[in-house]
Ligand binder design. Structure first.
Ligand SMILES: CCCCCCCCCCCCC/C=C/C(=O)SCCNC(=O)CCNC(=O)[C@H](O)C(C)(C)COP(=O)(O)OP(=O)(O)OC[C@H]1O[C@@H](n2cnc3c(N)ncnc32)[C@H](O)[C@@H]1OP(=O)(O)O
Length: 304
């Protein structure tokens, strides 16, 4: 902890800015030199991610570390979004590699406990944070590469699909996909659009309805991931991949990225509040709450 705080002091980033939450969006920090920033919920909690920016390459590595499974809670989503925003503000940063610091899991997706037994107000706040994280990543000026070093269901898959390029560890025990229907819930239109933009309409239609989780080999076949490598080479391959994107003038690449993604982004921006109220009324239905309860019980039973 003491080391973490010392690193924070060195990096001229306010720990409070990273501690939480959507309200601190106006405050900007800069990574003055290659450094590690440890995002914390508060001064006494465990760290939930590290962000290392190498100013000699302009590449930051964001390592998610929210045990046990990097599930995306309101706080964690907010920390991820703020960390990306801070990198965006840093002129020395041109790209970010997103990966997990946990073994075998990239991210278990949205935190189901944020959707189960919560008040409508809290659900709305949570959903706004999910939207915010998606908007920030999908529209990022940075080159974004997901180094997927473990299973990545639902929201975890979504996070990786917001990136420009996906490299996955070639381990048949890992899986990736939008499996929402298996939980009795529905991927909202912008999850669906992101999937369509990644793998095409017909494949998305089958994958989404059946809630398919793909092995890395199958994910490569359908274009959900772009490359498979042995796990130990994941981050180095991601850094090498970044070089191909850096070879293109930033403004040309950024304008092209925006042209490709803007219609999808604008669709959510123009329906953001409706999307939140749809989510809240859907997720708080008794029948959906029962499905989530059952799914959580099954997850726990599987473990016992
Ligand atoms: C008119 C119609 C309008 C429609 C409007 C639409 C509105 C929108 C509707 C809602 C849309 C919601 C979109 C949802 C997106 C999601 O991301 S939902 C989450 C999906 N995630 C999953 O299904 C993953 C579940 N987890 C797993 O499969 C496994 O845990 C794992 C990730 C493969 C890891 O396995 P393993 O290493 O064996 O760990 P476990 O023992 O299973 O888990 C450890 C503990 O973690 C808990 N946990 C796991 N995943 C989650 C999670 N996502 N959220 C919260 N908690 C999770 C698990 O229960 C264990 O807990 P303990 O038993 O208490 O230790």
């Amino acid at each position: 902890m003491a080391t973490a705080l010392r690193r924070l002091a060195k990096c001229s980033v306010s720990a409070r800015l990273l501690s939480f939450a959507g309200h601190s969006r106006g405050r900007r920090g800069h990574f003055a030199r290659p450094c590690t920033v440890v995002a914390q919920r508060n001064f006494s909690s465990a760290s939930t991610m590290t962000v290392d920016l190498d100013s000699s390459t302009g590449i930051a590595v964001m390592k998610l570390h929210s045990p046990p499974v990097n599930s995306l809670s309101l706080d964690f989503l907010t920390e991820i979004a703020i960390s990306l925003e801070k990198l965006e503000m840093n002129k020395g940063c041109r790209g970010v590699v997103v990966t997990s610091a946990l073994p075998k899991i990239f991210s278990a997706g949205l935190d189901i406990l944020e959707m189960y037994g919560k008040s409508p107000e809290r659900c709305g706040e949570f959903w706004r944070a999910v939207q915010e994280m998606w908007l920030k990543f999908y529209s990022s000026r940075l080159v974004t590469v997901a180094a997927i070093n473990g299973s990545s269901p639902a929201g975890g898959c979504l996070l990786s699909m917001t990136c420009d390029y996906r490299i996955m560890a070639d381990n048949p025990r890992y899986s990736i996909g939008l499996n929402e229907t298996q939980l009795g819930i529905v991927a909202p239109f912008w999850f669906k659009d992101t999937m369509v933009n990644t793998v095409g309409h017909r494949t998305a239609e089958i994958a989404l309805q059946l809630g398919l989780l793909y092995s890395p080999q199958d994910a490569l076949k359908i274009g959900m991931v772009d490359e498979l490598v042995p796990e130990e080479k994941l981050v180095s391959t991601a850094t090498e991949a970044m070089a191909r994107w850096f070879a293109i003038p930033d403004h040309a690449r950024q304008i092209t990225k925006s042209a490709m993604r803007k219609p999808t982004i604008d669709k959510l921006l123009s329906a953001r509040e409706t999307d939140i109220s749809n989510f809240v009324s859907f997720i708080t239905k008794d029948s959906i709450q029962k499905s989530l309860k059952l799914y959580l019980e099954n997850l726990r039973k599987k473990k016992a």
